[in-house]
Ligand binder design. Sequence first.
Ligand code: X8Z
Ligand code: ZN
Length: 602
Amino acid sequence: MQSKSLLAAWMFTAVIFLVTPLAAQTTPTAAEAEQFINAAEKQLNDLSLKAGQIGWVYANFITFDTENLSAAASDEYTAALTKLATESHRFDGLTVPYDVRRKISLLQNGIVLPAPKDDAERTELTKIAVSMDGDYGRGKYCPADGGGKCYSLGDLEKIMAESRDPAELKKAWLGWHTISPPYRTKYARFVELSNKGARELGYKDTGDLWRSSYDMKPDEFAVEMERLWQQVKPLYDALYVYTRAQLVKKYGASIVPPNGPIPAHLLGNMWSQEWSNIYPLVAPPSASTGYDLTKILQERKTDAKQMVRYGENFFVSLGMQKLPETFWERSLLLKPADRDVICHASAWNLDAKQDIRIKMCIEINAVDFSTIHHELGHNYYSLAYASQPYFYQDSANDGFHEAIGDTIALSVTPEYLKQIGLIQTVPPAEADLALLMDRALDKVAFLPFGYLVDKWRWDVFSGKIKPADYNKAWWDLRLKYQGIAPPEPRSESDFDAGAKYHVAGNTPYARYFLATILQYQFHRALCREAGFKGPLNRCSIYNNKAVGAKLQAMLAMGKSRPWPEALKALTGEDKMDATAIIDYFAPLKKWLDEQNKALPPR
Ligand code: X8Z
Ligand code: ZN
């Protein structure tokens, strides 16, 4: 995750408090509004850079002291942000130039963690937010019968990815889910305090505030999400039905009910959110992908730095700059052996100019090869909008930020891998089905999860889901959207939503759902621009400078215009549209529908 408001948002979370209502003051002028917003930009820019630097140290070195420093910096930044957002209401209804009005709106609705006006409550909230991030980062599973051995999330994810022993998988799954109950009560308090802040700012609750940052009414955004989900649901269902049947074959009907939900520990991923790790169990029998990128990278003894070089090389081939030397000096690419860090991959820009970095515990495999492209997408976006004013140093909407690197990764085709010398021969056309399946297991499988995380949080913030029902409501949504069930019955002494980074770290999640739709829309448009006529899965924009320039132009807009304009500049379309992902996977969908005829429906 990344971006300025995100840089501000996900690490040191924007907190807000109210000062005295200003309505009684004299009517302000447009010139005052402009002066106000310019001063606000300067102040927030300075404070967010300071908090960013401290946040970087905290994420790279989680200790008692860095946690306190980070909480203090977050508090300082968010106190200023809140004061300014509150004061800005003075200019509501006043006629001002476009940029002044837009920046004022961004100041008001770009707040991820609103806080109450009361100083003590704000500080309490800031501390909770920063500490839950650290709780997650420090999380380890130390089994009672393990002789003192502890497992990090990375260790447990490896088991989830590679083991085919249901008992071992279950143990790893249950083990990781022991890290979150300790902060369940903190989370409920956090919801209470941030809602209070949101209400003081005139929003219904924190979820309402989150949904307000899409250049449309918050309720319209919820409808938009549901519209997109309905577009892709048949594709997910087809993949689901086939996958379940293969898991029944592998594990037997006593473990995987042929007509019931898939147990969450059997999908190759801790959150059942991306399934490509179980590709060998679901591979179409008649087709092979023709190569195994993980194997190739490992056989070549590729190291973490070389993995990142591959990503950089792609962006450079589009005409973008090389990563600055400081990127290599200051990034964290490997999990340190001797200290706690937040391993969840992230991209940063520490000076809002060239000081870009990633922080990632890279493993040498195909999944991380892709994630590196994802993170570099954030970095190149931030470089592209660096010359925009502070409030516009962000993506068109948060889904755009998450989609850029993934769009590039869609161009990692066999043809491209041959061009860069990672494979010798391009597999025949029959491999397409296998390659599409492999990709669908990540992208299509992700869609319901991408949708439901914030469905849960929106309802938690609105009070529809009460603290006493956190876990039940989580699993109701997991069943309804993903069609999965926990490996054994859960209770309200668990806090399974909290075992996902973005819940503990308070990062909104709808962005990843949007990104999954958008990246195919971007890819389709860029391939069209390249004059590519074949199936979308064979198109790579590698080395195409003209297409790179078109992409760069959209990135450089930052958040200066409403997102439909940015979308239009790149794609000619002004609506988010799932037909691109549907077109991309159409051959797979056709094949799945054939296979599924004799199988129990979802
Ligand atoms: O959090 C991420 C990125 C960093 S913004 C690695 N992602 C989501 C996740 O891991 O849950 C990318 C895909 C979804
Ligand atoms: Zn991201």
